[in-house]
Design a protein around this ligand. Structure first.
Ligand code: SAH
Ligand code: SF4
Length: 364
């Protein structure tokens, strides 16, 4: 079913997130003759993703009559930006509200010669990792392919970076690391990423896209085979007893099973292992040594993430000295282990926090 913008399904069809063959089907429904559909779909696709059109009236190479029919039956509308925060370090965070009132966050993190947009794939998350704020949110639903893609369009809109494909842009990389577990919404994610990677679409190379997962093992293999993007694994613990508590999906697919899937992942890039630093919980020298041993034979890099506290969180972040000592042991094992700079701390950049602040504000 095409994504409808209204609950009873009679309103305009959102074209964002429809692959080209689905655009052709929508054009057929509008009476476009068969011989023209493919060309018209290609034109529409370029307008939407390469040029960022948000109104059919701009599509000057389409017949006026078709533009009118599209405007009547279809939509290119983006989610509403209900909060925006810009940090002193350039990080921008947007809280986006979809037609049904549900909200997710996306974060843009600029660096010197590139910039990464971090997008969400679900409202909330069903997996309840004990250190993660998103996992405590009561409402959960999958985002549609269009809602996943719309986050990229909004970022391009806000950064003023249309058309796609020009050199020197800020938004060069995509990380699927916002709210939700992307591999539990695989089909919609795959549809969105195929359009993002399409040279006639957003034209982002798979080498500039990273999907982060807490370890949905069967989908890891599928993601590698079908999409070939970079992979990040939220590891956070080196022993099953602890990982069962921190990342409960470990009870279904344990550390050994997860690392076996990593060994077979086809991307030529190193796999990033994310490791959140929790004081007195997972940050001992012995943990660091075990991490080096586990990763042997896997092209790997470790991102040490200072725990980002949220109200009521049952953990605190390891001290700077502890994080440096932990990193040094991993580096001595010939694995890069940067301590990720906490970006945008002043704007609540930990995933889920802007949304909670907005809900508190409305409740008050
Ligand atoms: N569900 C996916 C992607 C979203 S979470 C996953 O778990 O990988 C993105 C990253 O943020 C994960 O590595 C997650 O473990 C980490 N994270 C979640 N809450 C955090 C917090 N409070 N402080 C630091 N990192 C956190
Ligand atoms: Fe979900 Fe990832 Fe948070 Fe775990 S860390 S609850 S998988 S969003």
């Amino acid at each position: 079913m095409p994504a409808r913008n209204d609950p009873d399904g009679t309103g305009p069809v959102s074209l964002i997130g429809l692959p080209r063959e689905r655009l052709e089907a929508e054009l057929a429904a509008l009476g476009v003759p068969e011989g023209q559909r493919r060309m018209r779909a290609r034109q529409l696709f370029r307008w939407i993703y390469a040029r960022g059109a948000d109104a059919f009236s701009r599509m000057t190479d389409l017949p006026a009559e078709l533009r009118d029919r599209l405007a009547e039956h279809c939509s290119l509308s983006r989610p509403r930006i209900v909060a925006e925060q810009r940090s002193a370090d350039g990080t921008c965070k947007w809280l986006l509200r979809f037609a049904d009132g549900q909200e997710v966050e996306s974060v843009f993190i600029p660096e010197e010669d590139r910039g990464a947009l971090c997008i969400s794939t679900q409202v909330g998350c069903t997996l309840s990792c004990s250190f993660c704020h998103t996992g405590t949110m009561p409402l959960v639903r999958n985002l549609s392919a269009g809602e996943i893609l719309a986050q990229m369009l909004v970022a391009r809109d806000m950064l003023g970076e249309w058309p796609s494909g020009r050199p020197g842009r800020l938004f060069t990389n995509l990380v699927v690391m916002g709210m939700g577990e992307p591999l539990l919404n695989y089909d919609n994610l795959a549809t969105a990423l195929r359009i993002a990677m399409d040279p006639a679409g957003l034209d982002l190379s798979k080498r500039r896209i990273t999907v982060s997962t807490s370890g949905v093992v069967p989908r890891i293999e599928q993601c590698g085979r079908e999409l070939g993007t970079g992979l990040a694994i939220s590891l956070h613990a080196v022993r099953d007893a602890l990982r069962d508590r921190l990342v409960p999906i470990n009870r279904r697919w344990n550390i050994a099973t997860l690392l076996e899937a990593c060994r077979h992942y086809p991307s030529r890039r190193a796999i990033t292992f994310e490791y959140v630093m929790l004081r007195g919980v997972n940050d001992s020298d012995a943990d660091a040594r075990e991490l080096v041993r586990l990763l042997r034979g896997i092209p790997a890099k470790v991102n040490l993430i200072p725990f980002n506290p949220w109200p009521g969180a049952p953990f605190v972040c390891s001290s700077n000295d502890r994080m440096r000592a932990f990193a040094a042991i991993i580096e001595a094992g010939n694995i890069a282990a940067p301590i990720r700079l906490p970006r945008g701390r002043d704007i609540l950049a930990a995933c889920g926090q802007l949304k909670t602040a907005s809900q508190r504000h409305r409740a008050a």
